[in-house]
Design a protein around this ligand. Structure first.
Ligand code: FMN
Length: 262
């Protein structure tokens, strides 16, 4: 499948098969994809604990349950707890030195001196502010996105879930205080159809993107839209006609109660 089609067809999959474990090699590929994602200064603050329902102690699994959409956590055979370790920022200077030696940062004869005497002191001076929520989270998002695409490529479905229980999860998993739990990603083999109801609604392009300032929308060329439709990046908008019937079927098959929201 071409990249454009993958971008268009990957959906958050909430309904996965509770009875089918996910092979570790597939999870490993997701983690490998996350590891090579870009990160400012090559700091790599994105880390994860993989919680396997089959092998994890009950107190670890219990710590993950959330009051909102907790059934997804209950159903999924694997939950990846993605977290950001701010302590990685403390080794920032060495990451910059590695980048320089790798030929990925700087050029010219004086580059080593400039790194030691100019760039590293700038980063050292703002070390603590770089640990605050912001750029690091963006980088973690890139890594999680790569892992998500790798999951899709391997026939898996995933859904990212925010959680209010970040402190409890951090403590129960034994993570250091320097760590911020970002989100839980459920992983499993999809029970719902790959369309998962169709393309989920999105805000209008013109409202989201601007050109040369906030007042002018970035011009959306219909020819490009048509091309992307042809490439399969844009698919049928949700809801597909049979989505409600599919949801009813899934609710019954998974013995889910209530409305699936809270
Ligand atoms: C960072 C992130 C956090 C999310 N948190 C939740 C959540 O807490 N609960 C939930 O039901 N869905 C959550 N989602 C899933 C979104 O609701 C989902 O992406 C959205 O419905 C659009 O569907 P799509 O991903 O298939 O396009 C989250 C998604 C992302 C990327």
């Amino acid at each position: 499948m071409e990249l454009r089609e993958v971008i268009g067809r990957r959906r958050s999959i909430r309904f996965v098969r509770p009875y089918q474990p996910v092979e570790r090699h597939k999870i490993q590929r997701m983690l490998e994809a996350a590891r090579i994602a870009s990160h400012w200064g090559n700091v790599q603050s994105l880390k994860a604990v993989v919680v396997e329902k089959e092998t994890a102690p009950a107190e670890i699994i219990d710590a993950l349950y959330a009051p909102i959409a907790g059934w997804q956590i209950r159903v999924a055979p694997v939950v990846i707890v993605w977290y950001l370790d701010t302590a990685m920022v403390d080794d920032q200077s060495n990451r910059l030195r590695e980048l320089l030696e790798a030929g990925a940062l700087g050029f010219g004869e004086g580059k080593r001196d400039a790194l030691e005497n100019q760039l590293i002191p700038i980063f050292d001076a703002i070390n603590e502010s770089l640990k605050q929520p912001g750029l690091g989270e963006v980088d973690c998002g890139q890594g999680i996105a790569q892992a998500t695409l790798m999951a899709y490529e391997q026939g898996l479905g995933t859904c990212c879930l925010g959680t209010p229980n970040t402190d409890q999860i951090r403590e129960r998993l034994g993570l250091a205080e320097t760590c911020r739990v970002l989100l839980l990603q459920t992983v499993g083999y999809p029970m719902e159809s790959p369309e998962a109801g169709g393309q989920r609604p999105r805000q209008p392009f013109e409202e989201l993107f601007q050109l040369n300032g906030a007042s002018e929308s970035f011009p959306r060329d219909p020819a490009v839209v048509e091309e992307l439709e042809g490439d399969g990046m844009f698919t049928t908008p949700a809801p597909l006609a049979w989505r409600e019937a599919e949801l009813e079927f899934l609710k019954g098959a998974l013995d889910l109660k209530g409305h699936g929201l809270v």
